[in-house]
Design a protein around this ligand. Structure first.
Ligand code: ARG
Length: 588
């Protein structure tokens, strides 16, 4: 379906052309003077120089070409040369009618769908999920959904960190605590037990304990390094332990992510890339890309246009060990082989930007990907507490994601119960649904690259630019529609006709921007644009609602038109929040 803005622009372009000017000047934007007009065209201003004419003269010529049957109910030249526009209501109404009948609400699917891998999540096995992982999960999930809605094949990969020192630390600590376990018996040749020798809570306690010890005890640290090394060599007992650690953690991670309404297509891990390393390194050497520098193997990736120093990409350390870079490069090899993506997008903390610059350049230079394979890095900022420092627990510790969610839910519950008399059980469930919107909207409504302040009070408020406010608006629409049905109304009847007042027309106009919003949110990897949009839609709906009697409208056709407009508003809002990764309850 065509976009309304494009249809208006086409009409202006034709008018410019008929008047003897370049049709390129026929662009239309939303008015920045809503008190004067709804849309505007500034093309005459832009063309003045080229035609050596006063802009208003050009504008006059153009407006003279807009006939009676144009889309506009008003086309007015304002000095020095703006064309102020208002759209005809019946044009608007029939556009919305068509939009409502369209399964995709006027969004056209991509002409050339791409295969896109999104690498988001990035939790480290055996370490509890903390708030740092929250942003990746929330932003990545949203971009994945938007991409799919536009018809792309999007594959979400959690890319677990499972191969580093944390594994050696856990194994070492276990060995100290339970040396009698068969996993540590080098003479053991039988089958290892199926049951893990620890639970998730033990595991989560073991890691910080081991990590703490390794920081003060050199010998302990060396033991852990050795254990990591042996694991990576494939030592039988350690591999069996690693399997247990993986199973126990992954079960827990899946539960956590599902509470966030986040799901991955692939549960790949860093270790999956290990088998690709030897051949990849050999190729880099054979083709002369990699050379030895102080014992380490590196690839130069400097570019002439660099304004800051980009150090060579290290492929192997001097002891032959691989690094984070090596793993990410080998993962690219694997992804190209298994999925042949057109694009790989990484949603990771922006402090890792240099790492990704190195990885991307090295992968391109050494031919791990095709010339036109696109790499994107969406580096997100830090989630800070009210003190402006990275979000912590009250006693200064790292905030676990689970606890953060529980805090929000508790606050939401309080507000919901204060607000109305929902039955307890219902209120708890509702608090969870609304709580998730508070967290996700609070995050996504900021430009991803920026830091933001996590403010429970503000995020859980029913007023202002918040998730709960958006849900409140949806619930309000649902309840009007329910009442309409209870009173014997038929939701399928009628169609959208003109607007009864300015606020209805404003709502109608903003609804037409749905497709453009979704497209630009995807192009710019900017879910915050969808947040800004639904905030505007909600405000427009609420002022329409406050100024208009809907269910008591006596004219049947008019009432049916309201009901159709309400259903479309609801669909637009619900589709948007689904793309952001949350949903609305039936009541609040
Ligand atoms: N596990 C990493 C961390 O916690 C994030 C992984 C991001 N993805 C990647 N392909 N490097 O820092």
């Amino acid at each position: 379906m065509k976009k309304l803005m494009d249809m208006m622009a086409a009409e202006l372009a034709a008018a410019f052309e008929k008047a003897g000017y370049d049709p390129e000047y026929g662009k239309v934007t939303v008015s920045n003077r809503p008190d004067l007009c709804e849309y505007q065209c500034n093309g005459a201003m832009a063309g003045a120089k080229a035609y050596k004419k006063a802009p208003f003269m050009i504008a006059d010529d153009v407006v003279a070409q807009l006939g009676e049957d144009s889309m506009f109910s008003m086309a007015e030249v304002v000095r020095p040369g703006f064309i102020n526009l208002k759209i005809k209501e019946d044009v608007l109404a029939s556009y919305l009618q068509e939009m409502a009948a369209d399964e995709k609400l006027s969004v056209s699917e991509a002409e050339a769908p791409k295969t896109i891998i999104i690498d988001y999540g990035g939790p480290n096995v055996a370490k509890p999920l903390h708030v740092g992982h929250l942003r990746s999960a929330i932003i990545g999930e949203s971009i994945k959904r938007i991409g799919r809605f536009l018809g792309h094949k999007v594959i979400g990969d959690v890319h677990l960190g499972d191969w580093g020192l944390q594994m050696g630390l856990i194994i070492t600590e276990l060995k100290h605590r339970k040396p009698e376990l068969v996993y540590f018996d080098d003479n053991f040749t039988g089958e290892y037990p199926e049951e893990a020798p620890f639970t998730i809570s033990e595991l989560e306690e073991i890691y910080p304990c081991a990590s703490g010890k390794s920081k003060v005890d050199e010998e302990y640290k060396n033991e852990a390094l050795e254990a990591t090394h042996l694991l990576q060599q494939g030592k039988r007992g350690y591999m069996a332990l690693w399997n247990h650690i993986m199973n126990v953690s992954v079960t827990d991670l899946k539960r956590n992510y599902s509470n966030l309404n986040v799901s991955f297509d692939l549960w790949k891990k860093e270790s999956d890339a290990q088998p690709y390393i030897p051949d990849m390194v050999q190729m880099m050497k054979d083709k002369g890309f990699a050379y030895e520098d102080q014992g380490a193997l590196v690839v130069d990736i400097k570019e002439e246009t660099d304004t800051k120093e980009v150090p060579p990409c290290m492929i192997l350390k001097s002891d032959g060990a691989s690094l984070y870079t090596t793993t990410d490069l080998a993962t690219i090899v694997e992804r190209m082989k298994l999925y042949a993506p057109d694009e790989i997008l990484y949603v990771v903390d922006k402090r890792q930007e240099m790492h990704f610059i190195q990885v991307f350049r090295c992968a391109k230079k050494t031919g791990l990907v095709k010339e036109d394979t696109k790499f994107s890095f969406l580096g997100f900022g830090t989630m800070n507490g009210k003190d402006g420092k990275p979000f912590k627990t009250r006693d200064g510790g790292v905030m676990r994601l689970e606890n953060l969610i529980a805090d929000i839910d508790a606050e939401m519950y309080k507000k919901i119960v204060e607000n109305r008399s929902v039955k307890d059980l219902d209120a708890q469930k509702t608090a969870e649904i609304v709580g998730l919107s508070a967290i996700k909207y609070g995050d996504l409504s900021n430009q991803a690259t920026k830091d933001y302040i996590f403010d429970i009070d503000r995020f859980t408020s029913f007023e202002g630019n918040t998730g709960p406010y958006i849900l409140y608006t949806i619930v309000r629409i649902k309840s009007i529609l329910n009442r309409f049905v209870e009173e014997g109304g038929d939701l399928t009847q009628g169609e959208i006709i003109g607007a009864v007042n300015d606020s209805e027309k404003a709502l109608m106009r903003i609804l037409t921007s749905f497709a453009a919003t979704i497209e630009s949110a995807f192009e710019e990897k900017a879910p915050h644009k969808i947040c800004a949009y639904i905030y505007e839609v909600s405000n427009a709906f609420n002022s329409f609602y406050h100024g208009t009697k809907i269910l008591s409208e006596e004219d049947a056709a008019q009432k049916a038109s309201f009901i159709q407009l309400l259903q479309l508003t609801r669909k637009v809002l619900e589709t948007c929040i689904d793309l952001l990764g949350f949903e609305a309850p039936d009541r609040m």
